[in-house]
Design a protein around this ligand. Sequence first.
Ligand SMILES: [Zn+2]
Length: 346
Amino acid sequence: MRALTISTTGSLDAVEYSTDVAAPVISGPGLVRLRLQAAALNHLNLWAIRGLPGATVTPKWVLGSDGTGVVEDVSDDVTSVQRGDRVVINAGLSCRRCEYCLAGEQSLCVKFRVLGEQAPGTFAEQVVLPATNVRAIPPSVSDADAGAFGLATLTAWRMLVSRARVGPGDEVLIWGIGGGVAQAALLIAKARGARVWVTSGSDEKLQRARALGADELINHTGIDVGREVRARTGKRGVNVVVDSVGSATWEQSLGALGRAGRLVTCGGTSGHVLQMDVRKLFWNQWTIMGATMGSDSEFDSVVAELVAGRLSVPVDSVFPLERGREALERLQGGRQFGKIVLQIGP
Ligand SMILES: [Zn+2]
């Protein structure tokens, strides 16, 4: 089958468009095989290309975590979907047996894995994955919207709804509004009645975020965002900060955070090691929280929003699978507004 693969970790030069990858087969209970139609890029694809601790790349390794496609085949015991169903993928693979899985907290699974990182991914004509990781969607949802949807909205939902519990009256600051998770966070926070602040290095992206509902715009180029937020809020700061940038923004995020503020993070694209003054943490009574991906029930929630037409992430661009490396370069360069999608099927 055709697929976007790597045979060794490194730079984007390691990414190959292959036409001779062995098609995956259903090898046990509880599985489905999809014929993929579209699959979005995520930052974690770039991490997988650079090499992740604990993830072994066996040539040819298929990249890709998000996706949408049609169910081609299912294990005998699968009843949740059937052949011919169009589905959207949840990329988080959980063991279904540990105490976290049994408690319904699949993203805390002690054996948690992600498609495209520790299991063959979705930038391919076919993928095999657990039936519990797919949900049927109606024809009203386009391939690009469905392919762009899973990871960004699930991650944002867990951060804002389950972890930070954003609601009416909250002021929420979201860094880097060009990215899919940030945009999903904006849409979810607005739908829950919050006022939303967004940052970008691009005035054009800020204006586009305004059209998505952003209330306060900050071009973060050359300024201290924490100071700017305090100046605009009479020194009160915001209630919630969504920061997945890490070391480059951390101090400014804390500077923007008001009393009893909640800071939620799902990553550190600029660097992973952070510093803080514990006096600020206890004096302001902050809560610092992490989140990654989401649970089965959170995935049900975001898919219900998608099906109802209330939540979808902007699509920046669509590339054919064979131009996948070019698409990854666009993601790495940070030029996008929304999700970059690979079209795989016809
Ligand atoms: Zn588990």
